[in-house]
Design a protein. Structure first.
Length: 118
């Protein structure tokens, strides 16, 4: 059974930091493209950051220089270090595992809430 379990969300003041965790089980993790997405109230889900199996990364323009995605293949865990948080970063953050070409649809976690509040 495939599971992606996010944790680490919470309430943080503007300028603060959080580290999100995504623990993965049930898939061959090392070659998967792992991503973090977020969905704010009333908005569509959007890509935050992605890291491919080879280590290359992409970030949304809104988080470049503030967020860092990383992974530990041995621990099957993906991280999102979020610094200099802003109120507009408030959203539910989802972990995503893309296994193309072996599987057309990605796996998703249940999400973790991040709230930036003054």
């Amino acid at each position: 059974q495939v599971q992606l379990v996010e944790s680490g969300g919470g309430l943080v003041q503007p300028g603060g930091f959080l580290r999100l965790f995504c623990a993965i089980s049930g898939i061959s993790f090392s070659f998967a493209t792992m991503g973090w997405y977020r969905q704010a109230p009333g908005k569509q889900r959007e890509l935050v950051a992605v890291m491919r199996g080879g280590g290359s990364t992409n970030y949304a323009d809104s988080v470049k220089g503030r967020f860092t995605i990383s992974r530990d293949n041995a621990q099957k865990t993906v991280y999102l270090q979020m610094n200099s948080l802003k109120p507009e970063d408030t959203a539910v953050y989802y972990c995503n595992a893309d296994l193309r070409p072996f599987r057309a649809n990605p796996y998703w976690g249940q999400g973790t809430q991040v709230t930036g509040s003054s």
